[in-house]
Design a protein around this ligand. Sequence first.
Ligand code: MSP
Length: 510
Amino acid sequence: MSRPYYVTTPIYYVNDKPHIGHAYTSIAADVMARFHSLEKCPVTFITGTDEHGQKVAKAAQQKGMDPKAFCDEVSQSFVALSHAMHLSNNDFIRTTQPRHVKAAQALWQRMVDRGHIYKGSYAGWYALRDEAYYTEDELVDGKAPTGAEVEWLVEESYFFDLSKWQEPLLAFYEKNPSFIMPKERRNEVLSFVKSGLRDLSVSRSTFSWGVPVPGDEAHVMYVWVDALTNYLTALGFPDNTPALESFWPQAIHLVGKDILRFHAVYWPAFLMAADLPLPKQVFAHGWWTVDGQKMSKSLKNTVDPMMLADRVGVDGLRYFLLRETSFGQDGNFSMKNLVERYNADLANTLGNLCQRVLSFIHKTLGPRVPQQGVMTPEDHALCQGARDLVKDQRKHAETLAPHKMLESLWGLISACNRYVDTQAPWALKKTDPQRMETVLFVLVDVLRYIGLYGWPFMPQTFDKLLDMLHVPRAQRFFEALPPLVPGQDLGTPEPLFPRLVDPEQDDVKG
Ligand code: MSP
């Protein structure tokens, strides 16, 4: 059995409706989870909603709702997003669930028991939007460095002794060079930690919408202590479950670059303080802008993933988000680019290949696997290339480079298109029907691999392709594809990307 694989998305704040930024992390995590399931790894993939904190309490108040009722409602839109994007998550964590409250309190208690939490009082510039305090010298023109409004707050608070963790953290990063990825982000975190860490205020007493501090109900936990714990909650913490033991040390947290510090500095420090093992990796991806602008509620330019899925299909959207930009870099969304990529890569390069090969076989041979006949070195090279591509896919999955996985897969798809053009099976039909069968045999063989490699990215489309190729579901694993049997039935070909859309008709903003 292969190594367990555990991948997480951030849990999303329920004060916002889902947009493509949220869909992006979730889809990337889903691709990684599905890829590892093709390797026959035991996989856990979780996502969820972050429901505590002053921001959520205020959003509920503005709607005249009880915070819990508000969270119940908004978290459903993230559950709906998971379904609509065809995510294969095993669980959906809500931080208001009793199992999570229990986990957060247990983590807190472990830190208290080991002497890492003390009571003091806090004064500082607090930005509600960021749920974070800033010092005087961090402010830019009287605002947080993120541009958020700040207010001066003095409150009694519990503190976590973060300052003591500077050396242990640096030693840990040094020993685990791929803990923070990509490299540039790692360097940023390193210099932040090297510049010195201050103890962190980890409770609030000015509002009550949060996880109560054990033994002091006047305080609720700082929302990040609560939220980060969700990654353990999902595995059954505080119970010492088999899932916790096997999956936790393999954990890979996918996060946006804006929340890297919480995951790469605070989180490992909390875990060390609680004497718990650390996750394997934190990977920070970039941000999407829309038509060159930052996406924000106030600019009214947030892009709704559900609407895009209506236009280009869920798989079209999944493909675009992971292909358009390198994972780790920022990207720019425009409807024009989405439609262009859909047309060029999906409808043309991939869709045409499948359509012309499978409908030609259907017309010429009836739907059956062609005879293999005598293969030329060129035929062998294409079939072998398809098999060997798994190495590339593995290498790029390991470094979380889904864009490279797609790029190399499209290299194979283009090679098939060139092969069809040069071999011209329609011409062979008259001159050399035996050779025609061999060419078509090669193509069917390779299409099975394309189906498998593409499946993590576009599960619906490639399930359809693999169904047409009659690859049994039980054999859809990298190691399990059996030799292709000539004469076996094939399904009736159906177009994979039937819809072409006109960007002029689309207004993406909501
Ligand atoms: N609740 C915290 C995370 C707690 S995890 C223990 C949070 N929530 S969030 O809803 O504000 O953001 C969730 C994720 O969405 C973050 O990783 C953030 O980077 C990502 N994105 C938000 N806007 C984005 C873009 N415009 N582009 C890409 N990702 C973006 O932070």
